[in-house]
Write a protein that binds this ligand. Structure first.
Ligand code: TNX
Length: 574
């Protein structure tokens, strides 16, 4: 197996926290010295593929390790479209393993860098990232190869993963597919691979073939940073966690208790309206630079930020910041409770629409995704006629920005244009206005509150969360079908699913994790996996196998009594 590569081709610099002494650091070497190192590396790789060096260096993996590796192929969440185990030996990551990426795709390279960076921490191996020139052919490996290649019917997010004794190849039509394939690979490795400290291994990837693509294009994990503010680092951490389960959309940015994004021309929205939160804490907001940073971080994890600015209700923070937005010209005090439905923008005032245009224009420019979420829910303080007037003026403002509007399904009653995506948060299987909108052509994201709301308590003993939609244990979160839950909203009318995490009771990242895990992976599986794979017992077993990995990652999760957690699982507390 011979590879060619560009002499002087870029070589990854291991991240600082890598403590491995013998790494291949190519920086500062002459061209010929670099070539020599590369040739030596190929020699090593050749020996590894013939099975010599690795076992001699680190001791051959025992039967238990091999059996555990083989089992992992059947313990993936979300369940892939097709998994075919192979009888051959697993692939073993060794000190000679390289991550190969296609030349000429910065995005694909970044995915390779992420994988290498993650595995360097736990394996201590150098894991250089090398570019493979277009046109070079090889069946498999050596090492782990990310390959951009058209694959019929898998779309941009689909991928194919092949693991054999000589290496692992992940193929996808686009970098998003490579990223999702890498998330699958992470679950194929032992849980210790997720450690941020060097672990003994062995690092076995079970031999087999996986073909995968999502059932739905939209798989959201809305996080409410308004009721309690969460800074950039927390949101990035949540992006790390949700993207492991192939979630691809995020974010709720304003509500009664807080306005969380700086808007040019309306400085008090953030400086005053962002200055508190539920319970009266200090709150906070993102500068536009920080928001750009979040967008970029999300993008690198193939997550799209959908900014939500709720209106005409859920707007007390804006009304408190600017008196002119109120019909009576008087700014209310800021609000730190958890009631809903008491605030409304002033529908009859022109300044309301100047404000909305300024906000939505700026957010549209900051957000590369296709949607702006405009809320529209629980406008109990806005008369029905005013609500229709308001949405009738706001929807064209969104259209002017070049984005499609997304809104809670309450907006269905005003016949929004068919480009408007409705997000269903009801708790019953029928909603006439939403069904009628679907019949007209609107698409719907399913987030039924009694199934998908991550902020609802698991059971009466859960300290965090609310329970207005009921208690939601793991099986409740998993055992429903987004494709048939709501009458008249089936087939192509369903754009996807979302797992909203409202933050009235959430103060810390540990709080977020406790409510999101293990229910977020349930909703993620509903969004990704084919309906034909739906099976509670299978899901519960596969979910149970995530426990040791979450334990290694330090995720503070609810060890649901409904799930057979694998040995090595340590649940968290709320
Ligand atoms: C309802 S349903 C809300 C949120 C609350 C949540 C609490 C919907 C679109 N809005 O404003 O935070 O309940 O569970």
């Amino acid at each position: 197996m011979v590879y060619t590569y560009p002499v002087g081709g870029r070589v990854d610099r291991p991240v600082e926290r890598n403590r491995h002494a013998g790494r291949l650091d190519m920086s500062g070497r002459s061209r010929s010295a670099r070539l020599a190192v590369l040739v030596a590396a190929v020699g090593l790789v050749t020996m590894v593929t013939t099975g010599v060096t690795a076992d001699a260096a680190a001791g051959a993996p025992g039967q238990t390790d091999r059996a555990a590796a083989a089992a992992r192929l059947n313990l993936l969440v979300p369940q892939p479209v097709l998994v075919r185990p192979s009888a051959t030996a697993p692939y073993r990551i060794t000190p000679a393993t390289a991550v190969w990426v296609p030349a000429g795709s910065a995005e694909a390279r970044a995915v390779g860098e992420q994988l290498a960076g993650l595995l360097r921490r736990s394996t201590g191996y150098p894991l250089p990232v090398w570019e493979k020139p277009a046109g070079s052919v090889a069946a498999i490996g050596p090492g782990i190869e990310l390959r951009l290649a058209g694959l019929a019917g898998l779309g941009d997010e689909g991928y194919q993963l092949d693991a054999a004794p000589g290496g692992v190849v992940i193929r996808a039509a686009a970098p998003a597919g490579l990223f999702h394939g890498v998330q699958t690979l992470r679950q194929l490795l032992p849980p210790a691979a997720e450690s941020d400290r060097r672990q003994p291994g062995p690092w076995l990837v079970p031999a087999g073939h996986v073909v995968d693509h999502p059932r739905y294009a939209y798989r959201g994990a809305m996080l409410d940073v308004a009721r309690h503010f969460f800074g950039v680092a927390d949101v990035e951490h949540y992006i790390d966690e949700i993207s492991l389960y192939k979630i691809n959309y995020l974010l709720h940015l304003s509500d009664d208790q807080g306005w969380r994004i700086a808007i040019d021309g309306w400085p008090r929205l953030a400086s005053y309206g962002g200055g508190t939160e539920v319970g009266g804490g200090p709150g906070g907001y993102y500068t536009q630079g920080q928001f750009r940073q979040l967008v970029a971080y999300a993008r690198a994890h193939f997550v799209t930020i959908v900014p939500e600015i709720d209106g005409p209700g859920h707007t007390n923070a804006a009304l408190a910041s600017y008196a002119e937005l109120n019909c009576d010209g008087v700014a209310p005090p800021r609000y730190t409770g958890i009631d809903v439905g008491f605030s409304s923008l002033c529908v009859s005032k022109p300044v309301t629409y100047t404000f909305l245009r300024d906000v939505l224009d700026q957010l549209a420019r900051l957000s590369p995704g296709p949607y702006l979420h405009i809320g529209g829910d629980e406008a109990h303080s806005t008369r029905a006629a005013d609500y229709a007037t308001f949405e009738g003026r706001e929807l064209p403002i969104v259209a002017d920005t070049g984005k499609a509007a997304m809104a809670w399904h309450d907006i269905a009653k005003v016949n929004p244009p068919t480009s408007t995506v409705l997000e269903f948060w009801g708790t019953t299987g029928s909603d006439q206005p939403t069904a009628a909108a679907a019949a007209r052509g609107n698409r719907v994201v399913m987030a039924p509150a009694n199934r998908a709301y991550l902020d609802q308590k698991y059971d009466p003993s859960t300290r965090l969360g609310l329970n207005w939609a009921g208690y939601i244990e793991e099986r409740d979160a998993y055992d429903w079908d987004p494709g048939s839950y709501l009458g008249g909203v089936t087939g192509p009318s369903v754009l996807g699913v979302e797992a909203p995490l409202w933050s009235e009771t959430l103060v810390t990242m540990a709080n977020i994790e406790y409510l999101a895990f293990p229910r977020l992976p349930a909703i993620a599986e509903l969004g990704w996996s084919p309906r034909a794979t739906h099976d509670w017992n299978s899901f519960a077993e596969r979910l149970g196998a995530q426990g040791p990995m979450w334990t290694v990652m330090g995720i503070n999760f609810h060890a649901s009594p409904q799930v057979p957690w694998a040995p090595g699982t340590r649940g968290g507390t709320d």
